[in-house]
Each structure stands twice: as C-alpha cells, then as structure tokens.
Design a protein around this ligand. Structure first.
Ligand SMILES: C[S@@+](CC[C@H](N)C(=O)[O-])C[C@H]1O[C@@H](n2cnc3c(N)ncnc32)[C@H](O)[C@@H]1O
Length: 217
C-alpha cells in the first residue's frame, strides 16, 4: 500500500485498526518480552497507538514511526504531549520525555537517524504491508536491531482468497522465512472470528498469533 492510501485513510478517519485501550496481548506477554532492565523499544507503523505511552510509562525509551502526519498530530493531542519538533533528513521528529515519533516512511529509517533498538512491538505493522514490502520491512528492521533483540509479533492468518489486505494474512512459513536465523517462540494462537464479526464476509476463521522472535546474541 502506498503513502497516499494511508494518508487518505487517516484524513477520512477510516482507522478501524486503532484501539483505544492497551493491546490485551501486549499486557499478557509483557513480562515475558521485557525484563527488569531499561529497553529501547521500536513501535513501527505506530498510528496513534496508546501502547506507546503505556510502554514509556514503565520507564522504557519508546520510538514510533508513522507515515501519516494526521496520525502523529492526533497521537500528541490525545496524549496531551507538547513535543519538541525538529527535522532529521526525510523525517519530522517529535520528541517528548521517553517518546520519540518519527513522522515519515519507515523504509527511510536508519540507525544514524534513530539509533538501534533491543525490542520491537509489531502490532498491525507486518500485516499492514503487502508481501514484497514485508520482506523489505523485516530486512530494514534487522538493520535497526541489536544482537539478541526481541520482537513481540501479533499477526493475522485468514483465507486471503476472500479478501485482499490490509490487513494481509501472514502464514507461519512466511514468518519463519522472514525471520530465518532467529528463535521463534509461539506464545498464543486464537481463533478470533467471533470477536471480529467477519463470518458475514465469508470467513470461517480468523487466527491471531502472538510470537516472540529472538535474534541471535
Ligand atoms: C494497520 S495501521 C496500525 C497502526 C498501529 N500499529 C496500531 O496498532 O494501531 C498501519 C499504520 O502504518 C502506517 N504506515 C503504513 N505504511 C507506512 C510506512 N511505510 N512508514 C510508516 N508508517 C506507515 C499507516 O499510516 C498506519 O497508521
């Protein structure tokens, strides 16, 4: 999906993916993903996720990257933040205590701009991208991650013949290929068909999988 697609979704308020509450799977697996130490956490394709202040509030340094200026403005308004705003290359950078939001294209991010991270919360990021972009996305993430970094991944798997993404269906095999060389631990797999009310669209199942991906140390 291109930039214009996401910009128009934000401008028209078509943001059904946004959740007003901290993601329940993040809460459930938080202690498995984060130990007592201080982490630098990347939230790619972050929208205006309330998970960002939740993680920052626990003492971690959190960076989001989001292409839609409308989302970035809404995030700061809703969180009542008054960021320092600066330009860095292709990004407009919004800095608040414990939180940095890079407004621009994730694929332009590099360690010289944002440093490196030891944790990633991937909720509705991998599945927001079509297959060619998913490979580029993981390749870029690997450049931004430190040895031993851990990605908490929340993704969907469904019958792609019924619907095109986003969100796209991402299979176990694809995750194993994308994250080859990493340890991939299954934390939870649930059929959420009755929560998402997609039976009327013809789906028989809507699988939500949460995985903990650990890069070699
Ligand atoms: C499905 S939404 C998920 C947002 C957020 N992760 C959440 O859980 O609410 C995907 C987000 O990625 C943003 N996005 C799409 N492509 C992007 C890119 N190349 N760089 C940065 N953000 C992008 C969209 O504007 C949108 O806000």
């Amino acid at each position: 999906m291109d930039r214009e697609f996401w910009l128009s979704r934000w401008e028209e308020g078509r943001i059904g993916f946004h959740q007003g509450e901290v993601h329940p799977d993040l809460r459930t697996f938080l202690d498995q993903w984060l130990d007592e130490s201080h982490h630098r956490i990347l939230v790619p394709l972050c929208g205006k996720s309330v998970d960002i202040p939740f993680l920052a509030g626990r003492g971690h340094e959190v960076a989001g990257v989001e292409i839609a200026p409308a989302a970035v403005v809404a995030f700061h308004d809703e969180q009542r933040l008054h960021p320092f705003v600066d330009e860095d290359g292709p990004f407009r950078v919004f800095t608040s205590p414990g939180i940095t939001v890079f407004c621009g294209d994730f694929f332009d991010l590099d360690p010289e701009i944002c440093g490196t991270f030891d944790r990633v919360w991937d909720r509705a990021a991998l599945v927001a991208l079509d297959a060619p972009r998913r490979a580029r996305y993981v390749a870029r993430l690997r450049e931004l991650l430190r040895p031993g970094a851990q990605v908490l991944l929340n993704r969907f798997t469904y019958d792609q013949a019924i619907m095109d993404g986003p969100p796209w269906s991402v299979s176990d095999d694809e995750v194993e290929t994308l994250w080859a060389g990493a340890d991939i631990q299954l934390l939870q797999r649930v059929d959420a068909i009755d929560q998402v009310h997609f039976r009327e669209l013809g789906f028989e199942e809507w699988i939500v999988t949460t995985q903990l991906i650990t890069l070699p140390g």
